[in-house]
Design a protein. Structure first.
Length: 495
């Protein structure tokens, strides 16, 4: 009898992507095998949901509805719904979609295999939502989506109360992992071939709040920097309120901490920031950017911005444009405000007409595109080492190029070297052209460095298909391929 197959569909932020790695690991630990990408369905389909879109539930039920005929034609097929929307809607899911077998929340993902088995034996839906974290997700089995780069959660939950965000209500209060546990996980990953790690948290630089140590995150960066074989350390996403000078120093003084920072802005207007309950103001934000640039002139800074928050005036919006001009972000993830059921902002007066929001959004995007292009042009002529990625360049096959990430996380497309190159290897190239969202290296590579990460990728892809290795995704970056919506974490900026 062949093993039952599974598929996990992920929506939302990087934390959901990381949770899906855990869900996949749990299922494979229980004997399931990942369905091949060309398969016509799977025996178990898991939806790891996001609750931050105004129409998130409608999209979920539309996708669930498409599985009704497949389930009818596939005896024993099961459907599970987890994540933030499951935590929020609970019994509603089974009422609206009675063909769903399992509903579980953000705090008990470790129960998925047990709930699937219960549903199979009882022949009725199993709904289990708990209010607090049962097991820290990082203690669960994991099926990492990349052989060379990995997420490592340092905390879960969030203590902020931003008026546009429902995440704290669904993920709970912040809980930090012990530094030793975080570092042990990083060391284990490096021993398996990983060369890049992204430290992950809803508000990653609030790490240490459990023990009252405001400098705990900077210390963690420095400690991770001593791990032999770890070439690149990133983190996402910090909150300006908690961003301290010691973290800037740790970034600047630890060689393998990359000079790349994702710092959510949300708005440049002090009035709007106050209405959002964002506990910083424009001067504080620009002061952080100035300090980062003073310590690391080559730092690439990205951000999140919401346009059209309730009550936003034209003057408020102009303040956002001012900050964008001053900060000169390498890239900005820009969102039109949409009501999120269950958030204070959804009930606020002064909801902005769609046409006004759209017009402001287009102006912001045009300005940021111009700045991104200008900043990328400064990279032309530089020689950099690129970590070769898989799945980053959509046109790589047609152009006979490869793609990867620069140390500052910029996307680089480069000419395919004559010698074999694997995802996870390092290639030294000269940047010859810049576009707003990528760099191009059109000359032959100056050097190719085969790495343990490339070896790990090769071993994984040489394994028989029956092991469920599936198709690897690219580096875990902002806007990673597995994320269905553009989204980020810090400051509850998922939109």
């Amino acid at each position: 009898m062949s093993a039952r197959t599974y598929e996990v569909r992920t929506y939302g932020c990087q934390m959901n992507v990381h949770d899906s790695e855990r869900l996949s690991g749990l299922l494979e630990d229980a004997g399931y095998v990942r369905a091949p990408s060309d398969a016509d369905g799977a025996d178990v389909v898991v939806f790891n949901t996001c609750a931050v879109r105004e129409n998130a539930d409608n999209r979920l039920y539309g996708n669930l509805g498409q599985l009704v005929p497949k389930k009818a034609a596939r005896p024993g097929m099961q459907i599970a719904v987890g994540g933030c929307l499951a935590q929020k809607d609970r019994d509603t899911i089974v009422k609206r979609a009675p063909w769903v077998d399992v509903v579980f929340g953000t705090h008990n993902i470790g129960q998925l295999p047990v709930l699937l088995e219960r549903a199979r034996i009882a022949e009725e839906a199993q709904v289990e939502i708990v209010e607090s974290l049962e097991t820290f997700p990082s203690t669960l089995p994991s099926r990492r989506e990349s052989a060379y780069a990995a997420w490592v959660a340092v905390s879960v939950g969030c203590n902020n109360t931003c008026t546009f965000c429902i995440v704290p209500a669904l993920r709970g209060k912040e809980k930090d992992r012990r530094p030793g546990d975080v570092l042990a996980e990083v060391e284990a990953l490096v021993s398996e071939g990983v060369v890049e790690v992204t430290l992950l948290g809803q508000n990653v630089n609030a790490y240490g709040s459990d023990i009252g140590d405001r400098e705990a995150f900077g210390k963690l960066l420095r400690a991770a920097g001593t791990i032999d074989g770890l070439e690149r350390i990133r983190f996402t996403s910090p909150h300006p309120r908690d961003f301290t000078d010691d973290v800037i120093a740790a970034m600047a003084e630890t060689p393998n901490v990359m000079h790349q920072l994702h710092m959510p802005l949300q708005s440049g207007s002090d009035t709007v920031l106050k209405a959002m309950r964002r506990s910083y103001r424009q001067d504080r934000y620009l002061g952080i950017i100035e300090k980062v640039r003073a310590a690391m002139p080559d730092a690439a800074i990205t951000t999140d911005i919401i346009v059209g928050f309730p009550g936003e005036t034209e003057e408020d919006f102009e303040q956002t444009l001012h900050v964008v001009r001053e900060a000169r972000f390498a890239q900005a993830f820009t969102f039109q405000y949409s009501k999120r059921p269950g958030t204070p902002a959804a009930e606020m007066d002064g909801q902005i007409p769609k046409a006004v929001v759209q017009q402001r959004y287009e102006r912001l995007v045009a300005l940021q595109e111009e700045i991104s292009w200008e900043e990328n042009k400064k990279q032309v002529g530089r020689t950099i080492e690129v970590l070769v990625a898989e799945g980053e360049g959509r046109k790589d096959d047609a152009t006979r190029r490869l793609s990867g990430r620069a140390p500052d996380n910029r996307l680089v497309h480069f000419e395919r070297p004559d010698e074999p190159v694997r995802p996870g290897d390092m290639v030294t190239v000269e940047i010859t052209y810049a576009a707003p969202h990528h760099l191009l290296a059109e000359k032959p590579a100056a050097a190719v460095r085969r790495t343990r990460a490339g070896d790990a990728w090769e071993r994984r892809n040489a394994a028989p298909a029956a092991t469920g290795t599936g198709v690897m995704l690219g580096l875990p970056t902002i806007g990673a391929p597995a994320v269905t919506e553009p989204a980020s974490l810090g400051g509850c900026s998922v939109q």
